[in-house]
Design a protein around this ligand. Sequence first.
Ligand code: CA
Length: 525
Amino acid sequence: MKIFPPSLVLLALAFPAPAAEQPNILFLFSDDHALRTIGCYEGSINKTPNLDRIAGEGAIFNSSFNVNSICCPSRAAIMTGKHSHANGITGNGSPWNGKQWVYPRELGKAGYQTSLIGKWHLKGNPTDEFQHWEILAGKGGQGSYYNPQFLSAAGPSRVEGYSTDIITDKAIDWLDGRDKTKPFLLCAQYKVPHIHRIPSPKHMGAYDDVEFPIPDTLFDDFKTRQPFVADTWMALKGMKGDVLNIAPSKEVLAVDPSKTPKFLQEMTAAQRDAWHTAYDPRNKKFRALKLEGEDAVRYTYQRFIKDYVRCIDGLDENVGRILAYLDKNGLSKNTIVIYSSDQGFLTGEHGWAEKRWMYEESFKSPLLVRWPGTIKPGSKIDALVQNIDLAPTLLTAAGLAVPDEVHGRALQPILGGTTPGNWRKDILYTYYDGGIPGARGAYNMPRHMGVRDGRYKLIHYFDHNAWEFYDLEKDPKELSNIYDPTQSEGEIARLKTRYTELKTQFGVTNPPALKPKPKKKRRQP
Ligand code: CA
């Protein structure tokens, strides 16, 4: 046995082996990004060369899903690697318990420098989850697209400019100023393309001569679905005014400044001029059209999707800036680059412009990962993955053990291009941020849970004792609910069993029944 002199042992204890094998991690994240607006995804309607570069030099995940497709629950699930009931963030109003276990704090303890810049959105500011944080503040944590306010441990500050550009500037500044002897975890989390979508002045003028393809299901009649599904408040046709960038013209506002909408009030004179130059002619045309019925829906879709894609153009450009920084500074080879979004988005499918549902467009998230030496360039990964898998994946990458309490699974076994036989065959979904008639929740949404495997999907509307069932191979657009309550064998019964087993596995119980809303008291005459 080799005996080391005590001085060497002490030295080794004081300076643990430099973890040269610990890769840097760049986590690029957006808010509400639909897969069909990323160039490398099948059926894409636009170009995103920089996001595509991540996939081209790494992998595109075609079956990446959420555990709960809404903003705050998704962010909490990623940080904790757990389903919503276990991390406490079941809905957008849930208070964040920052003392609970989160993967960034563990990376920090293991020698990483950790930083979060951009949209945090949880109810409760960060404390020590990240060593450095600068988050968008105001508007319930949504922040502003223009001249946004940031909050950091040092206090609030307002920065002139456009949110996507500023978040990138801050991310690059942090990379520049970091301790270059340590590995880093940098989460750059963008606000785009969340509603109310205002593109940067650079991209506002695009697409006037373009008509984007309309989803086949825009005019879904909901014939086979549960009746309350059609009753939710997220129809694209209901969008109007500010959220479509329809507002009074520069001339009108010059005469009556009191009509200036809040989003224009937040802009500098130059930014407002850019907005009027881009949108006043469009709005003039719109007012002359006086559209009704399906024509009005088609028009609204075009206004909506064009602003959506313009916001993505700004995102893609800024992703390119960060990738170029990595190249220039010799960091591309030893940095894992991940691009994802807090959920997907229904961009007109079923007539909606929202998320929340277990339907594919919102249940899925984009996931692109570049990981030199681990992922072969150009990989396409179809295995079922969920956002709770990111925490265990990154811990494992850093050489750390994954605690048993974490629900997700490290993705390393599927990154080589083949899916081992023991990989998960199905995934559980839970959505709690809703209501029932008489106890309306957000968007008049029904609460629901369900299970999806490689082919089938079972949705349980537990407040209504109602079910839906889809064969995604025959009906990928989920137009035909084929739930049959009399079927006691076959796929429906099999998925019902798996639904019960998965709920037991993760400790999920149906939440308490919603209390009816109190009736408004009538005033005495
Ligand atoms: Ca979101």
